[in-house]
Write a protein that binds this ligand. Structure first.
Ligand SMILES: [Zn+2]
Length: 404
């Protein structure tokens, strides 16, 4: 890597991690509610969601129903015969970053240690969390199954959709932000990339503290959840797994598809595409996380347009169109803002921010939703609020720095 690029990487790294991680909040209350306050009524978990009045629709002006024209996962053999009932509460949505595989590298006292302690979760912590979610009767669902789209007089509209879940189960969406395996990540204890192993299974490739190359069906969320759902098919509705949110400035999933002039570009791209197809077959879906991980609220519209176009040119051809936009830094844009209209005009219709509650607001033509962060900050400051999901006392890894 050239010196310049390394500097840029370091600068971006510092920007992400030290200023606000991939994050979003400095305290429990800051979040992004300031700008969303007029539109959203904060409701407690498992109460009725807030939504707009549905548009008047009659048979004659409906052209199209459902949004899931993308590949749909094969149903997992399982408790399929279980009775399905309509779920009427608030759909939970939590998110993670790529997991810390080698804590000694993440918590080595360098300038990124605090960022890792703030924004990341270890492999062991993640395993305990999904075990708890499973025991608490959550079931993974596809984010695209939370709404339906249709046209009214040529205008695309969306509305809440009746969600049927096995009796006693509570729907859960999991998303993973920045599963790009940035340079700083592979130097600080995350895996290096996802690969398809010879046996056709998606695994992680990583290099441990001793410099040994490791291929494993463990070590990050994708293989761990794939394996968990295989063992517990009733943890997933119709094989759904999670949403993978990708930027583009250092490629995707560990493949440097951003280096358009590299000799290896075609090879990297082909491998990434093959992997993405397999991930889709396995129940994973994808979201836009901006190209350069910019703060959509702060930048002007010209910069947002450039950034989005670059994502559409480099990342969308790999993953296909997606209706899901996951704001970098959780920094949301107002529904009335021209920037928001621009994003909607580019096919996005589910907009994910970050908040203390997983609230969802159905507008006439889009959906605004908040995801709950699962990371060191929430373990430290929000442990009580997380009790509906897991007990931090039983989850938090001893390998974390003693002093927060
Ligand atoms: Zn991010």
């Amino acid at each position: 890597m050239g010196k310049y690029k390394r500097l840029v990487t370091l600068a971006l790294t510092s920007l992400f991690i030290l200023n606000s991680g991939c994050g979003y909040y400095k305290s429990d209350v800051a979040f992004n509610q300031e700008e969303r306050k007029p539109a959203i009524k904060i409701v407690k978990n498992n109460l009725e969601i807030t939504k707009d009045k549905k548009p008047e629709i009659n048979e004659s002006n409906i052209n199209q129903v459902r949004t899931n024209n993308d590949s749909v996962a094969e149903p997992v053999k399982s408790a399929v015969n279980q009775e399905l009932v309509e779920f009427k509460g608030n759909i939970q949505h939590i998110f993670f970053h790529p997991l810390i595989v080698y804590p000694k590298m993440a918590f080595d006292g360098d300038y990124l240690t605090q960022g890792y302690n703030d924004w990341f979760v270890t492999v062991n912590e993640f395993k305990k969390i999904i075990e708890s979610l499973y025991n608490k009767n959550f079931v993974l669902i596809d984010i695209r199954d939370t709404y339906e789209a249709f046209e009214v007089d040529g205008r695309r509209m969306v509305q809440d959709k009746k969600l049927m879940v096995p009796k006693g189960k509570k729907p859960m969406i999991i998303s993973i932000d920045d599963l790009n395996y940035y340079e700083y990540m592979i130097e600080n204890g995350n895996a290096h990339k996802l690969i398809i192993d010879g046996d056709g299974v998606v695994k992680t490739y990583s290099v441990n503290e001793k410099g040994e190359k490791i291929i494993s069906d463990d070590n990050d969320i994708v293989p761990i959840l794939d394996k968990f759902v295989e063992q517990h098919p009733d943890f997933s509705l119709n094989g759904a797994k999670g949403v993978i949110a990708l930027t583009g400035y250092e490629g995707v999933l560990g493949y440097r598809t951003n280096e358009l002039k590299s000799d290896k570009f075609e090879e990297e791209k082909a491998e990434a595409v093959k992997l993405i197809e397999m991930l889709k077959q396995n129940g994973w879906t994808f979201a836009c996380h901006g190209y350069g991980h910019l703060d959509a609220k702060k930048i002007d519209i010209k910069r947002l347009i450039r950034d989005t176009n670059r994502w559409k040119n480099e990342v969308e051809p790999l993953i296909g169109p997606t209706p899901v936009y996951i704001y970098p830094f959780g920094s949301t844009v107002n529904y009335s803002d021209a920037k928001f209209k621009f994003l909607m005009g580019n096919g996005f219709e589910i907009f994910c921010g970050v908040g203390p509650e997983a609230i969802t607001e159905y507008k006439k033509d889009c959906i605004l939703t908040d995801r709950r962060p699962i990371d060191g900050i929430s373990f430290h400051y929000n442990s009580k609020k997380l009790m509906d999901l897991f007990d931090c006392g039983k989850v938090v890894d001893k390998c974390r720095p003693e002093k927060y």
